[in-house]
Structure formats: structure tokens, C-alpha cells
Design a protein around this ligand. Structure first.
Ligand code: F6R
Length: 629
């Protein structure tokens, strides 16, 4: 979604704005721009396309911005109006210039009124109109902060803005009312504002996350906060973030996505240490926190999430039902919020969102809270809206994820829900039973399961380092299948959510048509698609579902599909049935296999994307954090 940076202080503003916007590129955008004071006058440079276009616009005018120490910048992801230069931010209205993130719902009404009063908006955006409202208010004699506040009162919808005016040079005024905003004191004097902490971390680790309804004013002296409605001064305290700047760079990998795939072992270790109290001897003691009580007392659990997070939630359902025998529902937030859903008394609603800012997920959390249900959040971002609005929160500790396609945030979400499942199993003294239909599969105890979970990061690292040949096999399959018409990913049980995730990753970053399917569903329709131009990725590890999945493999093989089988290293039969064989190390408990399979499907999409030459880290049309519905 859109990204905002603002700076005022002693450092060169343009540098900070452009660097900051680069850090926000991961959010997805299709135009960009900056506005800055040069000799007391506002200059705007903006362009459709990438930030480089804006940088190019600055070439040759160094005299203009050499002395710029105050400015705002924006990356825009088009919602109202095409991704053109004209629609790019910042937008200028007389002596006022603004950037905006979010949606102004009553923009048509405001536009009609502004036009009737003689203003001439130049873009198709809702955003630009706010500048005219501020301009009018200042013309009536209000100072910049008051004008921003009174103008904001006319807006409907959730959004944030940052504004400057030539009448008050050296001042940057921001409002958060929906879309997130962070701010910090520049230790060298001054202030920096941004849509999230990443543009700030290079200068300071102490970051203040604005609350909804906060106004922030940055000047050379630092920051001041006010209440949007009353104008009363507010005290806001910073949080110290431990995300180092080198974590945000590529660290020698060609793409952030590949780096983040390789960071999964470390991210899992950090997440495990953050969620569990490993000092205690009990097998699954979660660190004492309010969320653990909510989980323990839940009569039923409903997960709400979108996209990849929804896939992790689906795995959560499978694990919690098996280990803890508690009923679990998994809901797409965008559907749930507009149905008339029924929740059982005592149900706990868990919002899962790596960014913690997904509009649909947040809307459900707000709605069910109003209806009196307890809510829990699982997110990777401290200070995110979800972390503030849910009754209690658990964090994954994946660190910043820059690649738009979720990788380490997915596996850390998986780990968190697996730990919850084990914890609930122990709390409810649930029997460890064999899965339905497989009376001979011997389940391990929770204690043993815990010991196996602790080994997972090491095993994933081994897979990625490739001594067993998993990555070599993935690479060779990708090379030979790069021109295939389309893919199905099929799996049963714990492999099914990974089939969905594998197909999503491939669509997302390689732009290849792919569908994830429950293997048993193929014959109910999609098998009609199968011919020699299709590839089927069969997730058939050594688990309770293996034989049934292999029967489905035979059905598609008989119809000519190319078979990519991901299964147990020693499964010779599966190997013989496949065209491409991806060996998966064995696990003591089948519930842990999804972690290793995830690494395989992530790498398959990555390799295919490389061969297709797509923009792996910033796939077209996508945004990292989906703050509009
Ligand atoms: C895919 C991906 C998305 C997100 C989805 C929800 O790689 O990242 O499908 O999972 O947009 O985002 P969060 O988890 O931030 O709520």
C-alpha cells in the first residue's frame, strides 16, 4: 500500500526521503514523488513507475535541493485513479502540499463542493482534495495545524495524511486515522515520520507509533503530539525496536525473498523463544502472557485471516483439532465480515496477519469485539494496529520481511499455531490418538513432539543448504517445467494448506497459473484440465495420507500430467512414479512435515520466477500490506 516519509531537521532531506521510500518499496506501489522546501518555496517532483524515475527528475537540479532540510515523500498504490504522474503524490493546492495513505470515502461529495467554490483539482484522486480543504482553512486565517485538524473533520474513511505549507516552512504535520504512522526524534535534531518504522531505523531505534486520532507536528526542534478532535497536547512514548538496519538489507543474496527463505531457521528460533518459556520443564509452557489465558479458556476457536496467513490458519485448525480436540473454524476475513456469521458462546476469535494491518482482518476483530467476543492477534509487527486492537497479542519474530511474497512470516505463523496446539493439548489433557483411518500410526507424546519442534530450524537449514539434494532437485524440475501451461499442487491433511500456499507463491511471483487442491477433490472437476501440458506437484510425504495421495497421483499420471513428487527420501515407489523427484527428510511426527515441504514449494516458485525473469521481490500488482478492503 502507499508509503509516506516526512523529514525536517539538519540532514539533507531529499536523501532521507528517497532512502526512506526505498525502504517502503516492499509495500507495493506504482508511482512516487517528493515535495521539499527550497529557499522557502515548495518544489514537487513526481513520476509514474519506480522511484528511480523520481531520482532521475532530481538530476541536474542539485542547487535546488542541496539546502532542502524539510520535505515529504510518497509511494502510491493506485486505488482512485490510474497510476499516472498526474495522480502521483505529493499533491499541491496553492501553498499547501499533501501526501495521503488510505481512502476518503466521501470524496465525490467533497470534490463537487470544492469545484462549486472555484477550485480546480487536477488529478483523479481522492487524496488531492484534502489539500484544497487545508488551503481554504488557512485562507480563513487558521494556522497549519488547526487547518489540518478542521479539514480532517470533513473526511469519512480511514486514512493518514502528511501536510506542509509555504506559509509555515520547516513544519511537517501528520495525522493518523486508520493507516499506520510512526514518528521519531532525529538524534541530530529534527523529526522523521513514516508509514512504518523501517525508514526511521537507520537514524534511531526509538520509534513512536501514533494512535488513531493523533496529530504529529515535526519541526527542527523535534516532535509534538495533539489530539485530532480537541487539539489538546498529548504525551506519546517511544518503543525501542531491535530491528537492525543490516537485517533490512539483502545480506549478499540476489533477492530479499531468497534471503528471507534462508532466514527461516533463525526466524523460527526467535519465534520459539518469544512464545515459549523454555526455562520451565513442562513440555509446552507458553511464556506467561494474557493471550495464553484466552487460548486456554476458549470453548471454540475461529481464525480470521487473508491469503498466506489464511493458509497458516488452516494448518492451525488441523493441528489444534488433532492435538487439543477443540473445534476450530477458519474464515477468510473478507467473507466473514460481510456475512451474518454465528459464533458459539465462549468462542475466541484469532486474527492472523503478518503485517497486522490487513483491513479485512482488522474489521472482523473490531466487529466481534463489539459483539462481546474475546479476540487474540498473531502478527509479526510490533506496534501494528492488530497488536493494539486485539484483546491480547502473540508475536512471531520473523524480523522485517521485505519480499512481497510472504515466506518467513508464514513459517513463523505456522510455528506459533503449532505451539498453541501443543499447549492446548496439554492444558486440556487431550489424548494423543492415532489419526482417523490410520490406527497403526503411532502418535508421539507432547513431550517428544516438543523436542522434535526444537530440531526443526536445524532441519530446514539442512534442506536449504542442500546436502540431501532437495534444492538441486527443485532447480532441475523448475528448469524443465519452465514452459509448462499450468500447475496443480495437491495434498491431503497437513499437506493440503501447503499445496494452497505453493500454488499461491507460484502465481504471485512467477505469474504462472497454478491451483492448490485437496488431492481427493481432483476427480470432482479439475481433473478435466489434466493433460500432458500440465504439471502436478504432489505433496505425498510419509504420513497418514500418503497412500491415498499416491492414488490421486496415479489418476493424473494416467492422463499425461508431468509429476513433481515431494515425498520421503526413501520412498522408492513414489520416486518411480514421478517425472521429477524432490526428497524430503523424514520426521518423527507427521505434523512437522509441512515446514520442510514449505521450503520446497517456496524454492520451486523462486526458481521458476528467476527463469521467467519476473521482479521476484516486487511482483506486479501486489502490495505487502493490504490496508484497503
Ligand atoms: C502472499 C501474502 C499475502 C498476505 C495477505 C494477508 O505471499 O503475503 O497473501 O498473506 O495479503 O496479509 P497479512 O498476513 O499481513 O494480513
Amino acid at each position: 500500500m502507499c508509503g509516506i516519509v516526512g523529514y525536517v531537521g539538519k540532514r539533507p532531506a531529499i536523501d532521507i526521503l528517497l532512502k526512506g521510500l526505498k525502504r517502503l518499496e516492499y509495500r507495493g506501489y506504482d508511482s512516487a514523488g517528493v515535495a521539499f522546501f527550497s529557499r522557502g518555496k515548495l518544489e514537487v517532483r513526481k513520476s509514474q513507475g519506480k522511484l528511480e524515475n523520481v531520482e532521475r527528475l532530481m538530476d541536474g537540479s542539485s542547487e535546488l535541493f542541496a539546502d532542502a532540510h524539510c520535505g515529504i515523500g510518497h509511494t502510491r498504490w493506485a486505488t482512485h485513479g490510474k497510476p499516472t504522474t498526474q495522480n502521483a503524490h505529493p499533491h499541491r493546492a496553492g501553498h499547501v502540499v499533501i501526501v495521503h495513505n488510505g481512502i476518503i470515502e466521501n470524496y465525490q461529495e467533497i470534490k463537487a463542493e470544492l469545484i462549486s467554490r472555484g477550485h480546480k483539482p487536477e488529478s483523479e484522486t481522492d487524496s488531492e482534495l484534502f489539500g484544497f480543504l487545508v488551503l481554504e482553512a488557512m485562507e480563513k486565517g487558521q494556522d497549519l495545524v488547526t487547518a489540518v485538524r478542521t479539514s480532517f473533520a470533513h473526511l469519512e474513511g480511514a486514512c493518514s495524511v502528511v501536510v506542509m505549507s509555504e506559509r509555515e516552512p520547516g513544519k511537517v504535520v501528520g495525522v493518523r486515522n486508520g493507516s499506520p504512522m510512526a514518528a521519531a526524534f532525529d538524534p541530530q535534531g529534527g523529526a522523521i515520520l513514516a508509514s512504518d518504522a523501517q525508514p526511521i531505523l537507520e537514524y534511531t531505534k526509538e520509534v513512536i507509533f501514533l494512535e488513531n486520532g493523533d496529530v504529529v507536528v515535526g519541526t527542527e526542534k523535534g516532535l509534538a503530539f495533539f489530539d485530532l478532535k480537541t487539539g489538546a497536547p498529548l504525551d506519546r512514548v517511544g518503543e525501542i525496536l531491535d530491528w537492525s538496519v543490516d537485517k533490512i538489507d539483502k545480506g549478499g543474496f540476489p533477492h530479499f525473498m531468497l534471503k528471507e527463505i534462508h532466514e527461516q531457521p533463525a526466524a523460527l528460533v526467535d519465534t520459539l523463544n518469544g512464545i515459549m518459556d523454555r526455562v520451565k520443564t513442562n513440555p509446552f509452557p507458553l511464556a506467561a502472557q494474557p493471550g495464553a489465558d484466552l487460548l486456554r479458556t476458549a470453548k471454540e476457536i475461529t481464525f480470521v485471516a487473508c491469503g498466506t496467513s489464511w493458509h497458516a490458519a488452516l494448518l492451525g485448525k488441523y493441528w489444534i483439532e488433532r492435538f487439543a480436540r477443540i473445534p476450530v473454524n477458519v474464515e477468510l476475513a473478507s467473507e466473514f465480515r460481510y456475512r451474518d456469521p454465528v459464533l458459539a458462546p465462549g468462542a475466541l476469535v484469532i486474527g492472523m496477519s503478518q503485517s497486522g494491518e490487513t483491513a479485512d482482518t482488522l474489521a472482523v476483530i473490531r466487529d466481534v469485539k463489539k459483539r462481546g467476543f474475546k479476540t487474540l492477534g498473531l502478527t509479526n509487527v510490533r506496534g501494528s494496529t492488530l497488536s493494539r486492537e486485539a484483546d491480547a497479542i502473540f508475536y512471531t519474530s520473523a524480523g522485517p520481511e521485505i519480499g512481497v511474497a510472504a515466506t518467513k512470516t508464514f513459517t513463523t505463523q505456522m510455528l506459533a499455531v503449532l505451539l498453541w496446539a501443543g499447549y492446548l493439548g496439554i492444558e486440556h489433557k487431550a489424548p494423543r490418538t492415532s489419526p482417523a483411518g490410520t490406527p497403526n500410526a503411532k502418535p508421539i507424546s507432547f513431550e517428544e513432539l516438543f523436542h522434535e519442534i526444537v530440531k526443526l530450524p536445524h532441519q530446514i537449514k539442512e534442506c536449504l543448504d542442500d546436502p540431501q539434494g532437495m534444492i538441486t532437485a527443485v532447480r532441475s524440475a523448475a528448469k524443465q517445467l519452465q514452459n509448462i501451461k499450468g500447475f496443480f499442487f495437491i495434498g491431503r491433511g497437513f499437506s493440503y494448506p501447503i499445496a494452497l500456499e505453493g500454488a499461491l507463491k507460484l502465481k504471485e511471483i512467477a505469474y504462472v497459473h497454478a491451483e492448490g487442491y485437496a488431492a481427493g477433490e481432483l476427480k470432482h472437476g479439475p481433473i478435466a484440465m489434466i493433460d500432458q501440458d500440465m504439471a502436478v506437484v504432489v505433496l505425498a510425504p510419509q504420513d497418514s495420507w500418503r497412500d491415498k495421495t499416491v492414488s490421486n497421483l496415479e489418476e493424473v499420471k494416467a492422463r499425461g500430467a508431468k509429476i513433481v513428487a515431494i515425498g520421503g527420501t526413501h520412498d522408492q515407489n513414489l520416486k518411480n512414479l514421478s517425472d521429477f523427484w524432490i526428497p524430503l527428510p523424514a520426521q518423527k511426527d507427521e505434523s512437522l512435515l509441512p515446514f520442510l515441504m514449505t521450503a520446497a514449494v517456496q524454492m520451486l516458485s523462486y526458481e521458476l520466477a528467476l527463469l521467467k525473469g519476473t521482479d521476484v521481490d516486487k511482483p506486479r500488482n501486489l502490495a505487502k500490506s493490504v490496508t484497503v478492503e
